[in-house]
Design a protein around this ligand. Sequence first.
Ligand SMILES: [Zn+2]
Length: 93
Amino acid sequence: MTANLSDIPEPLRLAHEISGVNSKILAGGRQKCGCFGCGKIFDSGEIDLAIYTEPSAVQCPYCLMDALLPESAGFPITPEFLAEMHDVYFSVV
Ligand SMILES: [Zn+2]
């Protein structure tokens, strides 16, 4: 079976897009964050935002992937949702 972008459910595609432009959202204040690269859930206070000189995508501080979702983006930061995202974006080899 071939993975096709159009087969990916809309919320997952949106969440993926937001992970690429998450710095503005993160600058809005401390919040819960989740990474669909490594599955970790943590507080955005753990991210050193000062190291991002050209803000766009803030990486996960644990796996350094552009797979970080801030809670105020409107997506559920739950192990289930992160696992679903991981399956879609990282399980295809
Ligand atoms: Zn991670």
